[in-house]
Write a protein that binds this ligand. Structure first.
Ligand code: XMP
Length: 512
């Protein structure tokens, strides 16, 4: 059975994922669809509600994204946000015009009338605005329900047709009552029960995977990261030994990570599957010998991975499906252009020369925190499920310059010390990335009565929610001192510890 669904039509706004997150937080399933989605498709999905996102255009622009006016006649509640609000006004016969001054940022909001959208909102509150155009005349049947100093129609509705619109952004944190408004929309106005839960998702998805796979074989490249581990767990529950997981130990994983993967998914673990673990460490270190350039290193790691994976897969027999741990943000963001900063090789990508009947991406509709909840639901250990993000090329991009076995060992040990102390000091690492990297700087030190000439470790600790921008965390000084002292004393080859304060931009999170 399909869960109760709210559809979010995307008009190019930058906060669409945030809207989806807020709706899912109300335990209501939602999906983001392009604004060009045919009306027939929308109708067939039988949504409980529709949300129109913001967007950068002006409704009068010749190539402005639009929607069919019939969308408002489906009998399904619609909430228009920012551009979505203007579009609703425009399509239904109201007027939208450029304002004399744009409103941007935190703005006082006054409620003008009772509205089910604002049930518990105080009459005066604040909201986050970001617009130049504004609605200046209401469509027939609508009334204004809120205003701001510059915007006489900051919210409007026709409650008899269950059509609602807000000029501001309820999805952002800076609209303090915004989450409550979205909750009112999906729960009270759309009548959603809020029954979207991981337990029911797991059951439904396991059944769907069984039906699709039948008696055939599935192959998964298991990296040990959260997404591929949860994919493995889910598929194992669905098709058991028809699933082969190939784990390539390239020697560039965090301390004890490879052992952890083997413990959880190997023959001693809780999951019924065919687990193949390949020790390819020497092969990777050989291939990386003498290579210093970051992009070359990434390419070599990617290519080696594909080769090892292909070789091993040949022995698996007739594989019909290839499974990947793609998650929703990957789906939403893919295809969005932008300059290439780094070639993000995802270990687990499909080798081009292999062909399969189909691809399975059972997590493609889930956000990261939902993937984590699902992982726990399926019985994966907490430390695996709450693991920090780790790049596909692994420590290869956390060792500046040439990668060697010895350097990999140094960075693994230093990182393990850093993680232990973060935990001991109660630092919340959930909203960021915390790790040790090895610079290629060697410097002079003194230990006992001896001169040393050894490497410097850089500690990196950044707070970020989207990994696009990040700022260094103000770690307690005492923690930094303890980590420094333990690293220089316990990690051979390291005689200096630096704390990297640089934000992103201009730096990136990883060192390469
Ligand atoms: P940067 O260094 O570009 O990293 O600021 C942003 C986020 O992406 C992760 N990262 C990668 N993830 N394959 C991945 O799957 C890669 O090649 C890769 N490179 C960087 C990085 O850890 C951070 O979370």
């Amino acid at each position: 059975m399909e869960p109760e669904t709210v559809l979010i039509l995307d008009f190019g706004g930058q906060y669409k994922q945030l809207i989806a997150r807020r709706i899912r937080a109300c335990r209501v399933y939602c999906e983001i669809l392009p604004h060009t989605t045919p009306l027939e498709f929308i109708r067939a999905r039988q949504p409980k509600g529709i949300i129109l996102t913001g967007g950068p255009s002006s409704v009068y622009a010749p190539d402005a994204p639009t929607c069919s006016a019939e969308l408002f006649d489906l009998g399904v509640p619609v909430l228009g946000i920012c551009y979505g609000a203007q579009l609703m006004a425009y399509r239904l016969g109201g007027r939208v015009q450029p304002a004399d001054t744009s409103e941007y940022g935190r703005t006082d909001l006054s409620l003008a009338a009772d509205s089910p959208l604002f049930s518990d909102v105080p009459p005066s509150t604040t909201c986050w605005m970001s617009h130049t155009d504004r609605i200046t005349a209401l469509p027939t049947g609508f009334r204004a329900t809120a205003h701001t100093p510059n915007c006489p129609i900051a919210a409007m509705e026709d409650s008899s047709r269950r059509l609602y619109a807000v000029q501001f952004h309820p999805e952002v944190e800076h609209t303090p009552e915004g989450s409550d408004m979205l909750r009112r929309f999906v729960r009270d106005i759309c009548g959603c029960q809020g029954a979207w839960q991981m337990a029911s998702f797991a059951q439904t998805e396991i059944k769907a995977l069984r039906d699709k796979v039948g008696q055939k074989r599935v192959l998964l490249a298991l990296s040990g990261g959260v997404d591929s581990s949860v994919t493995a767990a889910l598929l194992s529950r669905a098709v058991g030994r028809q699933l082969t997981c190939v784990f390539v130990d390239h020697g560039l994983l965090r301390k004890n990570e490879a052992e952890g993967v083997r413990r959880v998914f190997g023959p001693e673990g809780d999951f019924d599957l065919d687990f193949v673990s390949v020790d390819a460490r020497d092969r990777f270190f050989d291939a990386l010998k003498g290579v210093e350039e970051p992009e070359r290193k990434r390419k070599i790691i990617g290519e080696q991975f594909v080769r090892v994976f292909e070789e091993v897969s040949k022995g698996v027999g007739d594989v019909a499906f290839f499974a990947q741990g793609t998650i929703y943000p990957d789906v939403v963001e893919s295809g969005s252009g932008g300059a290439m900063i780094k070639s993000h090789h995802n270990v687990g990508g499909l080798p081009e020369s292999m062909s399969f009947e189909g691809i399975l991406e059972p997590l493609r509709m889930l956000f990261k925190d939902e993937v984590r909840t699902l992982g726990l639901e399926l019985g994966l250990p907490r430390e695996m499920v709450f693991r920090q993000p780790f790049p596909g090329p692994g420590l290869g991009v956390r060792i500046v310059g040439e990668v060697t076995k010895e350097k990999a060992h140094m960075v693994q040990e230093a990182d393990a010390i850093f993680q232990e102390e973060l935990l001991r000091h109660g630092v919340d690492t959930a909203q960021g990335q915390f790790f040790a990297a090895l610079t290629d700087m060697r410097s002079v030190g003194v230990m006992g009565d001896h001169r040393t000439y050894e490497y410097a470790v850089a500690l990196r600790a950044v707070a970020t929610s989207d990994f696009m921008t990040a700022a260094a965390v103000r770690l307690p000084y005492e923690l930094l001192e303890t980590v420094m002292s333990r690293i220089v004393n316990q990690v051979p080859g390291v005689n200096r510890v630096l704390y990297d304060l640089t934000s992103k931009p201009p730096a990136t999170i990883e060192l390469e």
